[in-house]
Design a protein around this ligand. Structure first.
Ligand SMILES: Cc1cc2nc3c(=O)[nH]c(=O)nc-3n(C[C@H](O)[C@H](O)[C@H](O)COP(=O)(O)OP(=O)(O)OC[C@H]3O[C@@H](n4cnc5c(N)ncnc54)[C@H](O)[C@@H]3O)c2cc1C
Length: 434
């Protein structure tokens, strides 16, 4: 196998924005390293199943894949607009932030410039450590779902976070109950299966939940849309500029050094900068939509607040959701053709809404690490085997809010990873030669 399969210095698993930023940083900071990426999608698409018409991005557009690290890079959003010949038209848009459709095009455009380094349709399924032999140092062997194999001296894992499926949906294998990651295709399937009489439930109070409720309620093939949240109402994000300093590079150091108690306190305080809350533009749209509907005597859109989901019972005629109004104690049962879980993603850790390590690394994580995975400031995890593995986009619990699920720190994070990686590989080459 090793004689036939070439070894690369760095193998990236996942080619979403996080590893795309790494690809740029590798090219600009460590061009001597050989690199390959595996991506399970068939092409370079950013969150394609949530590309809703009119939706905008949540990050300042200059916090793109590269600008905060190298504003002169050709891979910036500004240069993308320039090369597309629409810089002036874009700057003249009456928008706070760019459309998600345009940012998705930017991501695909950059990915296209690295297509020689990416294998699409290639889902990494197993990672093994290969011990040194026949003059080869220890390395990783990664096997993909289709049997393709890659060998690498270091890994950068950026598969995106694992969807959070709360009870009572956890473990249900029903195609009518889906995470928001699948929203658009799931809706199309459901509309087709119900001949345009689809009843949709949206669970959660996040930005995505509000966007999906709005989108579904505009579709001609949808008969009813019910949004469920246990909050008193759909809450506005904390967009105070003071709170938004969590997306400053310096905050990563502050958070990383904080004690576990202080980390927990900061996370409690700052949670609504990103979670269980939505931007005011979509909240206002939803509020007006509901009002307008009541004016017209319609009931297609319902918002059930203060409701906790008690049970989910799939049957041939629909998926019954039972919820309880926690203030009144009353129970409500309603059946749906599609239930979308806009319930977020898991972080790393041992607590609620957390998983101890990325599932792909399970075979490498020895018993001694199963309690708490040690993640360095440089995003490297210590697997005590001497072969580097970095986590890219999964480290919110150790590095703070800007370090998962956001573009804000991608460019600087990729610099930290690439510099550490280049130094480590050079040191290991030196040892090997010696
Ligand atoms: C609907 C939605 C909208 C968002 N909008 C914004 C926004 O406007 N601004 C912002 O800052 N953040 C936003 N986010 C947060 C989002 O997480 C980041 O923008 C960004 O996508 C994170 O990049 P990533 O590469 O870490 O993860 P992802 O974008 O999830 O990319 C991970 C990639 O890895 C691939 N992959 C996974 N497992 C494997 C495997 N085993 N083998 C091979 N490939 C694999 C996946 O197919 C995917 O392409 C949004 C998130 C969602 C869900």
């Amino acid at each position: 196998m090793s004689a036939l399969t070439p070894m690369v210095d760095v193998l990236g698993i996942g080619f979403g924005p996080a590893n795309l930023a790494v690809a740029i940083a590798l090219e600009e900071l460590a061009p001597h390293l050989s690199v390959a990426f595996l991506e399970k999608r068939l092409g370079p698409f950013w969150q394609p199943n949530m590309l809703l018409p009119g939706s905008d991005i949540q990050n300042h557009p200059l916090r793109d894949l590269v600008t905060p690290r190298n504003p002169r890079s050709r891979y910036s959003f500004t240069n993308f607009l320039f090369e597309q010949g629409r810089l002036y038209e874009h700057l003249n848009l009456p928008l706070h932030y760019p459309l998600r459709a345009e940012y998705a095009q930017y991501v695909s455009w950059v990915a296209g410039l690295f297509s020689d380094r990416v294998s699409y349709g290639c889902e990494a399924k197993a990672v093994e450590l290969v011990q040194p032999s026949e003059g080869m140092e220890s390395h990783y062997k990664v096997t993909c779902a289709d049997g393709r194999v890659r060998l690498a001296r270091a890994l950068i894992l950026a598969p995106g976070r694992t969807p959070h499926i709360p009870a009572p949906f956890d473990g249900l294998a029903d195609p009518r109950v889906r995470h928001l990651n699948d929203y658009l295709p799931a809706l199309a399937e459901s509309v087709a299966a119900t001949a345009g009489q689809c009843r949709v439930a949206v669970i959660g109070g996040s930005q995505s939940a509000v966007e999906i409720v709005l989108h579904a309620s505009e579709q001609s093939g949808v008969r009813d849309v019910v949004g469920f949240t246990r909050n008193f109402g759909y809450r506005q994000k904390d967009t105070s500029p003071f709170s938004d300093e969590v997306y400053f590079p310096a905050f990563v150091d502050t958070f990383y050094r904080a004690s576990p108690e202080h980390k927990a306190r900061l996370r409690r305080e700052l949670v609504h900068t990103n979670y269980s809350a939505a931007d005011i533009d979509v909240l206002n749209q939803l509020y007006v939509r509901r009002y307008e509907q009541s004016l017209l005597g319609e009931s297609r859109l319902q918002l059930r607040t203060c409701e906790e989901i008690q049970a989910c019972r799939p049957s041939p005629s629909g998926v019954e959701i039972e919820s309880r109004h926690y203030l009144e104690g009353s129970h409500h049962r309603q059946s749906f053709d599609l239930v979308i879980l806009a319930t977020g993603f898991l972080d790393l850790g041992q607590g609620d809404r957390q998983e101890p390590f990325p599932p792909l690394l399970a075979p490498l994580v020895g018993e001694q690490h199963r309690g708490e995975l040690a993640i360095g400031r440089d995003y490297q995890i210590d697997l005590a085997n001497g072969v580097p593995v970095y986590l890219n986009g999964l480290c919110e619990s150790s590095h703070g809010m800007g370090d998962a699920g956001s573009f804000s720190l991608l460019a600087l994070r990729s610099k930290a990873i690439v510099e550490s990686l280049a130094a480590q590989l050079a040191a290991s080459e030196h040892r090997h030669d010696a």
